[in-house]
Design a protein around this ligand. Structure first.
Ligand code: PLP
Length: 361
């Protein structure tokens, strides 16, 4: 491949081209430091400005105030599966989960390993995780309610977040954070592996409400305590500098080039509509998620046979469309259309899909 492909990877995923160009331009000499960002000290003013800007931009884009900390932790979203119950669920207190697929299941597993009092108050496992449950009762005395806002593998997404009364929400937003504005105050904690929608692999962004920190037990290992990160601005030890730097550039792009999350949401809707309209008007392609639960980020679909699916993925790759194979656990096809995958890429894919159906349908 001599030119850049249309990138529909699920994660690590496409980054905005202007961000990659900015990285390239300043790679050898970052901000007049005479060094690349990979080489500067995390204790320098240069990096301090980067991480502070990333925090500032996150708060600005999501419209959150100083009741929240924004921190960066290594270990991906998967590390948060264990850190959240470890830090935020006092022994014996109930913790509620809604199970909507592979990632939720892993989060539940980690809480169980720690012997927490886990209540799975709803699950869509009965229908192969093809929908978002809407009928559940949150325990009033639960430490929090955990849910996965977007199910990257099954292609489902919460379009209205669950209401939990006064019970704090905790959400894995790895694959849809920053896709649209939402009301943050009901959340006690939000976490997101960066490599889907906001940056490169190597870090999770964690947004934590300050009152939640009172729960952090004294006797946890230092690097597994949220307070270690909040007290030292994510720099108790060497942070993943390059990942945080790239996140900051992606957030700057979102704010200054796209125009914020309202506008991002409008574009994301338009992108998703193009693909779902095509799928719905075809007898050849079949969406796998229930219509009311469909993801705006991961469009999952099947073709009439596995042979055709294999052919589709291969011919698409030859034509410059990458990442269309479904997750290995479910098969089929998936087009991940995160923030950085632009409208032109989606229009080109729709055209390719239309042609493929004409030729092979
Ligand atoms: C990718 C993904 C994860 C796992 O992220 P890692 O950073 O690889 O640990 C967890 N949850 C969701 C929703 C994801 O999409």
């Amino acid at each position: 491949m001599d030119k850049r492909i249309y990138n529909f990877n699920a994660g690590p995923a496409a980054l905005p081209l202007p961000v990659l160009e900015e990285i390239k331009d300043e790679l050898l000499n970052f901000n007049h430091s005479g060094m690349s960002i990979l080489e500067v000290s995390h204790r320098s003013k240069w990096f301090d400005d980067v991480i502070n800007e990333a925090v500032y931009r996150t708060k600005r884009l999501l419209d959150i105030n100083d009741d929240f900390h924004v921190i960066f932790i290594q270990g991906g979203a998967s590390m948060q599966f264990c850190m959240t119950p470890m830090n935020l669920v006092p022994d014996k207190q109930i913790v509620d989960f809604i199970n909507t697929g592979v990632w939720s299941t892993k989060a539940i597993k980690e809480a169980n390993i720690q012997g927490k009092n886990v209540h799975v108050i709803a699950s869509s496992e009965d229908e192969g995780f093809s929908y978002i449950p809407d009928n559940f009762q949150v325990d009033n005395d639960a430490a929090y309610l955990h849910f996965t806002s977007n199910n990257t593998i099954k292609g489902t997404q919460w379009h209205r977040f669950p209401e939990a009364g006064g019970v704090p929400l905790v959400s894995d937003m790895s694959s849809d954070i920053m896709r649209k504005p939402f009301d943050v105050p009901p959340f006690g904690l939000i976490y997101a592996g960066a490599q889907k929608n906001i940056g490169p692999a190597g870090v999770a962004m964690v947004i934590i409400r300050k009152d939640m920190l009172e729960r952090v037990p004294e006797n946890l290992p230092t690097m597994l305590k949220y307070t270690t990160f909040t007290e030292k601005n994510s720099m108790a030890n060497t942070p993943p500098c390059f990942a945080v730097y790239t996140i900051n550039l992606v957030l700057k792009w979102l704010d200054e080039k796209i125009g914020g999350l309202q506008e991002m949401n409008r574009i994301n809707r338009e992108k998703a509509e193009i693909l779902y309209d095509l799928i719905d008007s075809s007898d050849f392609y079949r969406g796998t998620a229930r219509r009311d639960s469909r993801s705006m980020m991961n469009v999952t679909f099947r073709l009439p046979s596995e042979e055709l699916e294999t052919m589709f993925v291969k011919e698409a790759m030859d034509a410059g469309f990458g990442g269309l194979k479904g997750h290995r656990s479910v098969g089929g096809c998936r087009a991940s259309i995160y923030n950085a995958t632009d409208l032109d890429a989606v229009k080109a894919l729709a055209e390719f899909m239309g042609d493929f159906e004409k030729n092979r349908g």
